[in-house]
Ligand binder design. Structure first.
Ligand code: GUN
Length: 297
């Protein structure tokens, strides 16, 4: 009888390990009379953002990180938001600041992300931190989702040295920084990275050559079994809503990978949910502990 292939990368288990490490750092800071503080800023009532920020707040509390969510109405002006960020930048009680994206269309995300102090930019979106990542300078903050994928690969003993990696999607939050992380001349990197996007030719062929596929383009179940060679490691970053009339909500969430059909071919694969998602929060709180340590050196 065929047995299910035990090839899942358990993001919940790996994130629990990282949370335990972060908790120990928070406790060490507490012995010095310091409590890390993480300020969340949410503009408007985007339902997904409410859920995400709620999850981040809850986990912060579990680890002993003080947090507060500053909720601004959707019609807040860019200037008003920048004023709040300036106040949080100047307040030593906040070691980390996270402005949840997406922002309303009249507010420029790049202006907002550039206003958060780079020393408090636990999202890793400030141009100074983006530049450091590109330069291989580890003193900055790395964006949480690609850093989480990197950590998953390392802790699953996936060797990236000389590996062919295909990153699908060129977004600023995942695809571009993921490429920068894995192409560095450094241990746990040293990969040959191909960044495919909506204008790329021969995406399927690139994928078939890959040792590792990281799907982050936001197309439901884009990666099919015939695009994946035997023994490929497949990481699914996608979170897509698709219509599902059989579900009381009218939709269900699927990733960028056709999980059921790809899983039997893959060497390792992340489930969705329970793969990359929990890692994003783990890296955010790890960054926050580091921000607090840096501020008190
Ligand atoms: N929206 C989707 N992902 C993220 C993230 O990593 N950080 C922030 N601030 N907003 C997001």
């Amino acid at each position: 009888m065929a047995t299910a292939k035990d090839n899942l990368i358990d993001g919940r288990a790996v994130s629990a390990q990282i949370h335990a490490e972060t908790k120990a750092r928070v406790e060490a800071l507490a012995r010095r009379g310091i409590q890390p503080g993480l300020a969340f800023v949410r503009v408007g009532e985007d339902p997904a953002s409410r859920v995400y920020v709620g999850m981040k707040e809850k986990k912060s509390a579990e680890l002993g990180i003080r947090s507060e969510t500053f909720v601004l109405p959707a019609e807040t002006t860019e200037d008003e938001l920048l004023t709040l960020i300036g106040r949080l930048n100047a307040d030593d009680a906040w070691h980390g600041i996270l402005v949840q994206a997406p922002l309303p269309p009249h507010i420029s995300e790049s202006v907002v992300f550039s206003t958060v102090s780079p020393t408090k930019d636990v999202d890793g979106f400030h141009p100074e931190n983006v530049g450091k990542l590109m330069l291989g300078d580890n003193s900055g903050f790395r964006p949480c989702t690609p850093a989480g994928v990197h950590e998953l690969l390392i802790r699953s003993q996936v060797d990236t040295d000389g590996a062919q990696v295909v990153v699908l999607g060129r977004g600023n939050i995942v695809g571009k920084p993921m490429t920068a992380i894995l192409c560095q001349k450094a241990s746990n990197a040293n990969a040959t990275v191909t960044l495919c996007h909506s204008r790329s030719r021969n995406v399927e062929e690139h994928c078939r050559q890959a040792d590792i596929i990281i799907a982050a383009m936001g197309v439901p179940e884009f990666v099919k079994a015939d695009m994946v060679s035997e023994d490929t490691v497949v990481i699914d970053v996608g979170v897509n809503r698709i219509e599902d009339t059989s579900n009381p909500k009218g939709y269900r969430l699927v990733g960028d990978v056709d999980f059921a059909n790809v899983r039997p071919r893959a060497r390792l694969i992340t489930p969705n949910p329970g793969g990359v998602g929990p890692m994003t929060i783990a890296m955010l709180l790890q960054n926050t502990a580091r921000a607090a340590e840096n501020a008190t050196r």
